[in-house]
Design a protein around this ligand. Structure first.
Ligand code: GTP
Ligand code: MG
Length: 216
């Protein structure tokens, strides 16, 4: 059983490894990996930073389509388990290129699609622990989100759904969003659904335990 952090504070060190435009550029993986997929601009990179307790490790942008590559990060965990006892472990985070961005050429879109698809097809080889499917919490899941959820389910890849940017919603709209999205996403195979905000930190502490559980 791999060791994952309980909170961002357990992440002792995190580092950018490389960006890949083709699957073949990825180094072999011996550590467990957690991959982040979602539409362009939903907040994947921001969420990675929030989960690692870093400000600018993963590059974020107002311009959709910023992460055009697969970006790999490596993380060291140092988790206190007793007075002066610690658990140590390493894992990787994979920031996949955002899908569903209209203003790119068909060629580019095919390349990104192929990269996402090939990465996920090699899930077992890559030691993929689970996937975090990131969905914009301000609106209902788009067709492409449901397609991705469906595909993950069919490939038997364990995943959780994270509804981002919920700081933009009031309490009653949050509850409504959860009611509307829970059914469809759970029926497609999502282990759990967590509303989060990378800006306010809402829900972040729930994400690590959910990711750990999802892969087991
Ligand atoms: N209000 C709010 N804004 C957010 C949140 N997370 C991200 N953003 C903003 O959304 C925009 C996109 O964030 P990114 O993290 O770059 O999104 P991404 O999914 O990595 O985007 P691509 O790399 O283009 O696919 C930025 O302007 C962020 O500041 C959030 O929880 N709340
Ligand atoms: Mg990004």
């Amino acid at each position: 059983m791999p060791i994952f952090p309980d909170t961002p504070e357990d992440v002792n060190e995190s580092q950018y490894v490389l960006s890949a435009v083709k699957y073949g550029q990825l180094p072999e993986s011996f550590d467990p990996e957690i991959a982040f997929v979602g539409r362009s601009n939903v907040g994947k990179s921001s969420l990675i930073n929030a989960l690692l307790g870093r400000k600018n490790l993963a590059r974020t942008s107002n311009t959709p389509g910023k992460t055009q590559t697969l970006n790999l990060y490596t993380c060291l965990i140092r988790q206190r388990v007793g007075h002066d006892q610690f658990l140590h472990g390493t894992f990787r985070l994979v920031d996949l290129p955002g899908y569903g961005y209209a203003k790119i050429s068909q060629t580019e879109r095919n390349e990104w699609g192929a990269l996402i698809e090939e990465y996920l097809r090699e899930a077992a080889l890559r030691n993929l622990w689970c996937v975090a499917l990131i969905i914009d919490g301000r609106r209902s899941p788009m067709e492409s989100d449901l397609q991705m959820a469906n595909w993950l389910g069919q490939m038997d890849i364990h995943f959780i759904a994270l509804l981002t940017k919920i700081d933009k919603l009031n309490q009653s709209d949050r509850a409504k969003m959860m009611r509307e999205t829970q059914g469809p996403l759970i029926s497609l195979g999502a282990r759990t659904i967590i509303p989060v905000s990378a800006v306010k930190g809402t829900g972040i502490t729930k994400v690590w335990p959910a990711l750990e559980e999802a892969g087991s």
